[in-house]
Design a protein around this ligand. Structure first.
Ligand SMILES: [Zn+2]
Length: 453
């Protein structure tokens, strides 16, 4: 049996070394959206895994490659770590206190793009592996890594990759790329992710813009047509009007609601942080807010573009207009189906001239709340954080977990090093070093308990 106290001691003792390695990984840009530094970063990740005795392959996809690695352990029971080596663009650069690709430590935090999302999590897994190897000379279970390079651009090529490599990726459980403690330091387990369907709606009503005095009374106006079309998507009561949109929605169970009840009410925090006057639909807070926030699918206008928006006035009738719209989906909605329903709806409403461009999608998926692996991850937190994880039945965000749960057929659990002020995707992304150490200790326990179970 692994001497977990000895593992903790090694983790503590190696903190500086682990942070140095994390800094090295963060110093290598890997911005998928801009195609910057991707291959060198994949190589660096490969080198770090090989240094731990993993057999590593850089496997092609239709986009950026996947780093795959495996190493046997005390049992054949296999834990799959899903992570990503790509990061979000660092812009706007002027808002960073220190340059995004020059990792800096100040007041107990490391600052760098990717230090939390997701390079801190890659190092968290590696540091746990190091400590277990140092104490036992072997791993408590077999480990596989799938580290993709396109998470921040919607994992567009990951599902086909997984379908093509089901044997290679065969595992008994999967530990997801992220994890957080809440503002009270209590770790949260996300037992699922919402899906997403992201589209651009666009139309053109003339070959070019025209003087509004000439065309205003007699030409179609692209901005108005788009506005009217958008107006058909949702009522002021927030009901999405696309026929069939809600058909596959599975409502929360009693158990889901009980779990939500146990989570802290975030309403005051939201009101304060975002300076809100109130929530939509007359929601005041409590269970209602927690339920609505994740169990209601959305239709969000993310951006609108048409005509003249510069200083002063310009009397012009725009010939083109476009909108970016995302739908957050809940089981068992499907992004491809949503596109079809949306097309039918726009046609029925008389907007066949509006073009739909699919910009990416991920199906929603959840792990069974009673799954023994999920429960073990929840319980393993107790020794590290003093309490077991609180379970949130589903995250409001999205990710490619559907392929893991429904193609590889593994339970997926989350655990990691993030916190509410990680500033992932934003300037001054940071990692609290104490959270990092706790995340490593938790990960080591997950591996030990998984191997023994
Ligand atoms: Zn991210």
């Amino acid at each position: 049996m692994t001497d977990i106290k000895a593992v903790d001691a090694v983790i503590e003792e190696r903190t500086d070394q682990n942070l140095e390695e994390l800094a090295r990984l963060c110093a290598q840009p890997s911005i998928a959206a801009q195609g910057l530094g991707m291959e060198p970063c994949a190589e660096l990740v490969k080198e770090m895994l090989e240094a731990r005795g993993f057999k590593v392959q850089i496997l092609p996809t239709r986009g950026f490659p996947v780093v795959y690695a495996e190493r046997g352990g005390r049992t054949d029971k296999t834990l799959l770590f899903y992570n990503h080596y790509d990061v979000q663009p660092p812009e706007p650069l002027e808002l960073w206190e220190t340059p995004p690709f020059e990792p800096t430590i100040r007041s107990g935090k490391m600052y760098a793009r990717g230090v939390s999302d997701d390079k801190g999590h890659i190092l968290c897994r590696l540091a746990a592996i190091d400590a277990l190897m140092a104490v036992d000379g072997e791993l408590p279970c077999s480990i596989k890594f799938i580290i993709e390079g396109e998470e921040e651009i919607g994992s567009v090529n990951l599902t086909p990759f997984i379908k093509d490599h089901t044997d290679l990726l065969k595992a008994d459980a999967c530990l997801w790329e992220f994890g957080y403690v809440n503002k009270d330091g209590v770790p949260i387990q996300y037992a699922g992710l919402r899906g997403i369907c992201y589209v651009e709606l666009s139309l053109r009503t003339a070959s070019r813009d025209v003087h509004s005095g000439t065309g205003g009374s007699i030409f179609p106006n692209a901005a108005w047509r788009l506005t009217w079309a958008l107006n058909t998507l949702k009522t002021p009561e927030e009901h999405i009007r696309i026929p069939g949109f809600y058909d596959k929605v599975v409502p929360p169970t009693e158990r889901d609601l009980q779990l939500l009840e146990q989570l802290p009410d975030p309403s005051d925090e939201y009101m304060e942080r975002y300076d809100l006057q109130g929530f939509i639909k007359g929601i005041e807070g409590g269970l209602e807010l927690k339920r609505e926030a994740i169990f209601t699918p959305t239709c969000t206008i993310c951006g609108l573009t048409s005509g003249y928006q510069g200083p002063g006035s310009k009397t012009v009738l725009p010939a083109e207009a476009s909108a970016k719209v995302d739908f957050r989906l809940i089981p068992n909605q499907d992004p491809q189906e949503v596109i079809l329903l949306l097309r039918d709806h726009l046609d029925m409403e008389g907007y066949s001239d509006i073009e739909i461009t699919f910009l990416g999608g991920e199906a929603p998926a959840r792990t069974d709340l009673d799954d023994p692996f999920l429960q073990m991850v929840v319980e393993s937190a107790r020794e590290v954080y003093g309490v077991p994880m609180l379970i949130q039945p589903m995250s409001g965000g999205s990710g490619p977990n559907h392929a893991f749960i429904h193609i590889l057929k593994v339970p997926v659990a989350t655990a990691g090093v993030g916190y509410p002020d990680s500033r992932a995707h934003a300037p001054n992304e940071n990692l609290v070093i104490d959270n990092f150490v706790a995340g490593v200790r938790h990960t080591a326990r997950i591996m030990v308990n998984f191997g023994a179970g």
